[in-house]
Design a protein around this ligand. Sequence first.
Ligand SMILES: Nc1ncnc2c1ncn2[C@@H]1O[C@H](COP(=O)(O)OP(=O)(O)OP(=O)(O)O)[C@@H](O)[C@H]1O
Length: 309
Amino acid sequence: MTSPSLTGTTTSTTTALASADSVSKAFGGVTALDSVSLDIRPGESVGLLGPNGAGKSTLISLFCGLRRPDSGSVTLFGGTPSAPQSRHKLGITPQATAVPQTLRVSEAVNFVAAHYADPIPTDELLADFGLESTARQQCGGLSGGQQRRLLVALAMVGRPELVILDEPTTGLDVDARETLWRSLKEYRRTGGTLLITSHYLEEIQALSGRVVVMDHGSVIADGTVDEIRSRVAVSKVSFRTDLPPSSFAALPHSTDCTADDGGRVTIVTHDADATVRELVQRAMPFSQLEVRGASLEEAFLALTAKERS
Ligand SMILES: Nc1ncnc2c1ncn2[C@@H]1O[C@H](COP(=O)(O)OP(=O)(O)OP(=O)(O)O)[C@@H](O)[C@H]1O
């Protein structure tokens, strides 16, 4: 994919492309956002994670100018998100949106491309998203996965500096998802900035350098994948043994102990080194020892569960 046009822009590299400052938003009695502050800086790829109802889509709708905050301020490319000139360098694929059913794929791309001074040529864009063979088909006849890819391609046609994607690969099969990931990685490689929400943690891990976790309308964690994982001070120690799992349940630092059918015991512990030392000191028989830190999924679940308790 051709690199986004980064020349001739007034955006300073130190200025956030999108910024929310102490933003709150309620719908009736429901608080969707509660004093959220978040900056998306040039070149970043930010993964927005959170359980259903956390406030992710509401925050995105503020960045895109679709809604206004009740309090706090939001800027997009230094201006008001609702102003057309602020949105000119923004590409977006909302969560629930539809392709124009009767237009051919190439017509839909040409229509959107006509709004930009230097759009990506239609053939090139369709090839980037694995849609070249669909150019003459009507959009309504595409499969669900092809429609989803087309919507993301339409977000890219104007060579945006910032792309916001709300759950871009929901419902896609593995091949379609990987095609989309490749295109998005290429966009990043050429200097593009990405804000993406997803319920697929492997997607966030594959595409995002920075992870922001939201729950109940607030940001509860913000860091690299490794930083988020290390926020949860648990590790897993697993090994094969002939002893029943109950033999290990009382080891210091352990919070959980389970066994699978193959005789492999897994201990969840706050101190993996101390747990392994105890196994050795107590002469407990074990083999094929493995120690690993929390996965992003475990960290995410632990962080959001803590918020709920
Ligand atoms: N238009 C609306 N009217 C009433 N309540 C709304 C509206 N939009 C959002 N909400 C409420 O605001 C809260 C945040 O919703 P939001 O859609 O931002 O969450 P989300 O993190 O995007 O969730 P999901 O992962 O399910 O898409 C929820 O409680 C939701 O029910």
